[in-house]
Design a binder for this molecule. Structure first.
Ligand code: KIV
Length: 271
């Protein structure tokens, strides 16, 4: 299907309409101006300034260390680039778990200081009060269920979630709750495809899957993973669309060789 570039700006309403007419939503992460420009020009519907920046931009093992100030820095760079995409920003670990007032203040800072269009927050019923308070302030909220990386030390592993009925039941209930509260969409991360299908069918808001199979209303991937910048990260759910590690590595090696041999710069490349 070709990308509809006629849309001026993708909004939370556009995503709803896409679900209604059966058009899948494309979402990718970006954390800086240059990458976000490419992602936006290609026609991606939603750009997620994910807290995965903690991993791929800062080199941390988990998403926990990234701060609200750092997320705002990444988000404002992406917002300057995104002319068409809806820009959604993760509320980072420690910026909302304390209480709903803290959650609201963090969401307001993101919206005010970065110019983003919406926030994403991990969790279900336990964060209902925070979600509700943020929404009351007029800030669109996207939910995130299944594998929620900010809880990695509680889970102890990054394996598939909600295989057991008790966890699957909670996820179904959480999804309905987030919809009732007014979330405009929900990311479903690393859950069985059949469960994602069931949840997607039970909601009128779109589900965006990552490692959650083909029945979600849209898909999201971390840009560094899908472009093959992260050498060696190849989980089953990931389709790699390029091998930028190799392309960049070769380019850099050629540059080094040219500098060492004295062939760069040549006469035409100087003043
Ligand atoms: O931070 C992130 O990149 C995310 C996606 C994996 C959904 O939350």
């Amino acid at each position: 299907m070709s990308v509809n570039k006629e849309i001026k700006r993708v909004t939370t309403n556009s995503l709803q309409e896409m679900k209604s007419r059966g058009e899948k939503v494309s979402m990718l992460t970006a954390y800086d101006y240059s990458m976000a420009t490419i992602v936006d020009h290609a026609g991606t519907d939603v750009i997620l300034v994910g807290d995965s920046a903690s991993n791929v931009m800062a080199g941390h093992e988990t998403t926990l260390p990234i701060t609200l100030d750092q997320m705002i820095y990444h988000a404002s760079s992406v917002v300057r680039a995104a002319k068409r995409a809806l820009v959604v920003v993760d509320l980072p670990f420690g910026s909302y778990q304390g209480n709903s007032k803290e959650a609201l203040n963090s969401a307001i800072r993101i919206m005010k200081e970065s110019g983003a269009h919406a926030v994403k927050i991990e969790g279900g019923i336990e964060i209902a009060e925070s979600v509700s308070r943020i929404l009351t302030a007029g800030i669109p909220v996207m939910g995130h269920l299944g594998l929620t990386p900010q809880s990695i030390y509680k889970f102890g592993t990054y394996t598939v979630r909600a295989r057991e009925e008790a966890e699957a039941h909670k996820l179904r209930t959480d999804a309905i709750k987030l919809q009732e509260l007014g979330c405009f969409g929900i990311v479903l991360e690393k859950i069985p495809a059949q469960l994602a299908k069931e949840v997607t069918g039970s909601l009128h808001i779109p589900t965006i899957g990552i490692g959650a199979g083909q029945y979600c209303d849209g898909q999201v991937l971390v840009i560094h993973d899908m472009l093959g910048i992260n050498e060696g990260f190849k989980p089953r759910f990931l389709r790699q669309y390029a091998n930028l590690y190799e392309v960049m590595n070769n380019g850099i090696k050629n540059y080094i060789n040219d500098v060492k041999s004295g062939s760069f710069p040549n006469e035409k490349e100087q003043y």
